[in-house]
Design a protein around this ligand. Structure first.
Ligand SMILES: CC(C)(COP(=O)(O)OP(=O)(O)OC[C@H]1O[C@@H](n2cnc3c(N)ncnc32)[C@H](O)[C@@H]1OP(=O)(O)O)[C@@H](O)C(=O)NCCC(=O)NCCS
Length: 125
């Protein structure tokens, strides 16, 4: 999968966090991966990376942002849910994009069984 943009968080010259982003259909942003070094967790590094990502998507004119999380990944779920992401479903996505595009989105987001797809609408005017 081609990642369109990745960003690093750097502390004291050392990379401690990373976020990888993609966009689909000019409307949907996707947080493909976000990770923070173990010794820098719980210091809001991911929260800042995610905030910058949402701003980036908003500037591009995206309407919504997706993230998929593995079952049992409490920190990842906590991160996205605390920043306004809610669970969505194939039915909901196909309601917005149609069946074929929804299938294509799930394929391109590499959502596999056992993962939960989350979505957050972006307010931009
Ligand atoms: C998920 C991850 C990126 C969070 O990074 P972080 O820098 O520690 O997160 P932050 O300090 O910015 O926390 C932001 C929010 O995430 C949630 N969170 C973070 N760690 C959590 C944990 N261990 N348990 C529950 N919620 C957690 C909280 O809601 C937190 O908000 P708060 O501090 O206001 O309570 C990090 O744990 C990680 O790299 N995990 C391994 C990689 C991974 O699983 N990535 C997700 C796949 S896309």
């Amino acid at each position: 999968m081609r990642v369109e943009i990745d960003r690093e968080a750097v502390v004291d010259g050392r990379p401690v966090g990373l976020v990888m982003l993609k966009t689909f259909y000019d409307t949907a942003g996707y947080v493909y991966y976000i990770a923070v070094a173990k010794d820098h967790r719980r210091r809001k590094v991911a929260a800042r990376l995610l905030r910058h990502s949402l701003e980036y998507f908003s500037e591009l004119g995206m309407r919504e942002v997706y993230a998929s999380i593995e079952g049992g990944n409490a920190e990842s779920e906590g991160l996205f849910r605390s920043r306004g992401f809610v669970r969505t479903s194939y039915r909901e996505v196909s309601g917005k994009y149609g069946n074929l595009r929804a299938l294509d989105l799930y394929r391109r987001m590499l959502v596999v069984p056992g993962e939960t797809l989350l979505c957050r609408l972006l307010d931009f005017t």
